[in-house]
Design a protein around this ligand. Structure first.
Ligand code: ATP
Ligand code: MG
Length: 427
């Protein structure tokens, strides 16, 4: 029979990659929570209307990337293509921002019907950080600092550049729009089909185009910073001064607009040159109007999303390795030893929570078991034969350094391992 393959663009994440992702998630949750953010968990499915209303009808995501279907009741549902819309929906539904600021984060899969390629999938993962009720720019600075701290922890700072812009606000944004439409009309011959269609309905999106044939034309388009109002300029200048004080390097990208409609003022992207065309690893910005648009009270908000697969690819490029399966491997041979092995193992687990202890299963000679021990990546093997059972000891055999094995009393084994374990280089 023909075997069944996974859906295109929805890759299985095998254990090595899963482990790198887990390392990333551990570091991210620890850092994000150290800034006072709390985790929230939301459904993968939302009513289609939520995304149309928040992301914007005339955007890549809503026009061509959503997994939308009618459920059995004929109601239109969509697998979330991004997280902010759902977070805002939940904040409004549960009045989460009424008592003051609300700092939330979440991690999980997103779904977009895109052309699958390296770094671009149809199911991919994001880590999202969102702050409500704070007008900034202090909180904008904090979000960027969280990213910078995480890149440092993961050893990928060298590969990432922070690009900043402000979309401005109110009247200035309107004037920019008018100037942009006029400019684009004057270059109608260069516009591709998407751009032509968006010229009237959503001209800002044209700036976001990745079409190489339009880049030269777009380089000459009216730039947002020339249209900033006084408050937007001040917001941007305070933000960048504080980034400077933190030693976080940034560059102004006057053409950065982000692909979703809901942004206002601050927008930013952490980009890399190491992943080919898929250069955005983390993107975010301010969306002061969205909560009201979704039916809540006016609430300033700002957030960002990390593309987990792209960040894992950067970690791999920087030499990050999956953690070994085991710290310690327990080998046992002979009736009495094999009977005692699980008891000893459970005692060690009681004494040393978090120790990765792999107990031999499936029998085999000591030689075969020690081969498995080596493959497991363990620092050392505990060897238990009937003679050791008799004497109440275990032979401890170092696997990664040239040292002799030694007999250790079973009663002292947990202490012995604790010392060796904490001496092992942290992974
Ligand atoms: P891109 O410009 O690469 O299409 P985007 O602007 O659509 O990205 P966002 O909607 O801002 O991306 O999503 C935040 C982050 O999620 C991106 O910076 C990127 O790292 C990641 N991301 C977006 N789409 C995908 C995808 N299809 N596969 C993997 N990661 C993705
Ligand atoms: Mg995209």
């Amino acid at each position: 029979m023909v075997s069944i393959q996974a859906i295109r663009g929805m890759p299985d994440v095998l254990p090595d990659a899963c482990n790198l992702r887990a390392q990333l998630l551990r570091a991210a949750s620890e850092i994000i929570e150290s800034y006072g953010f709390r985790e929230i968990s939301l459904p993968l499915l939302e009513k289609t209307e939520l995304f149309a209303r928040s992301i914007g009808e005339v955007t890549d995501i809503v026009e061509k990337e959503m997994y939308t279907f009618d459920d059995r009741n004929g109601e239109s549902m969509t697998l979330r293509p991004e997280a902010t819309a759902g977070v805002v929906r939940a904040v409004v539904q549960h009045s989460l921002a009424h008592g003051g600021a609300q700092k939330l984060w979440l991690a999980g899969p997103m779904f977009r019907y895109e052309r699958p390629q390296k770094g671009r999938y149809r199911q991919f993962n994001q880590i999202n950080v969102e702050a409500f009720g704070l007008a900034g720019p202090d909180i904008d600075v904090e979000l960027i600092a969280i990213g910078a701290r995480l890149w440092k922890r993961l050893g990928v700072s060298h590969a990432l550049t922070l690009e900043l812009n402000s979309l401005g606000d109110g009247e200035g944004r309107q004037r920019h729009r008018a100037a942009l439409v006029e400019y684009l009309r004057g270059h109608a011959d260069v516009l591709d089909a998407d751009a032509t269609r968006r010229l009237e309905s959503n001209p800002l999106r044209v700036l976001d185009s990745k079409n190489p044939d339009m880049q030269a034309m777009l380089a000459g388009a009216p730039q947002l910073p020339d249209f900033w109002d006084a408050e937007s300029r001040e917001h941007f200048e305070t933000l960048t001064a504080r980034l400077d004080a933190l030693g976080i390097a940034w560059t102004l990208n006057p053409r950065l607009v982000r692909g979703l409609d809901y942004y206002s003022r601050t927008v930013f992207e952490w980009t890399t040159t190491e992943l080919g065309a898929q250069n955005a690893v983390c993107s975010g910005g301010r969306y002061d109007g969205l909560v009201e648009q979704i039916g809540g009270k006016p609430t300033p908000a700002v957030g960002f999303a990390i593309g987990v697969e792209r960040l894992v690819a950067l970690m791999e490029a920087a030499g990050a390795a999956p953690e070994p399966v085991a710290d310690v491997f327990l080998a046992a041979l002979g009736g009495a030893a094999e009977a005692q092995a699980p008891v000893l193992a459970e005692q060690l687990r009681d004494a040393l929570p978090g120790l990765r202890l792999l107990v031999n299963a499936g029998g085999g000679s000591f030689k075969a078991q020690l081969k498995r021990a080596d493959r497991s990546g363990a620092q050392f093997a505990l060897v238990l034969g009937d003679a050791e059972v008799e004497s109440g000891t275990v032979q401890v055999k170092p696997l990664r350094v040239r040292e002799d094995q030694q007999a250790v009393a079973q009663a002292a084994l947990a202490d012995f391992i604790r010392k060796q374990w904490s001496a092992a280089p942290a992974s």
